[in-house]
Write a protein that binds this ligand. Structure first.
Ligand code: ZN
Ligand code: ZN
Length: 87
């Protein structure tokens, strides 16, 4: 249930996985921008191709099959059911 709770919380903040996949944050001014943008509309900083979801994935364990964010102690993915190899 941890998974669902965490996703729900993220969606409450407006950052569900689908939103995060389409969102970037300017490294310079912190402006939230659509992932399709190449430059920050606010400060003109060139944006990396890394979306908010990519950043989030670096900080949290994710299912290798379906990209669902997992609880740190998950043995199986709650979304696709794959058995996980957690080191
Ligand atoms: Zn900016
Ligand atoms: Zn999965």
């Amino acid at each position: 249930m941890t998974q669902k709770t965490r996703l729900k919380n993220l969606e409450d903040f407006g950052y569900g996985p689908n939103v995060m996949r389409n969102t970037k944050v300017c490294a310079k001014c912190g402006q939230v921008i659509k992932a399709s943008a190449s430059f920050c509309p606010d400060c003109g900083e060139r944006l990396s191709s890394e979306t908010l979801f990519d950043r989030y994935k670096r900080q949290h364990p994710c299912c290798p099959e379906c990209d669902t964010v997992l609880a740190p102690d998950s043995l199986y993915c709650p979304h696709c059911g794959i058995k996980l190899k957690i080191k």
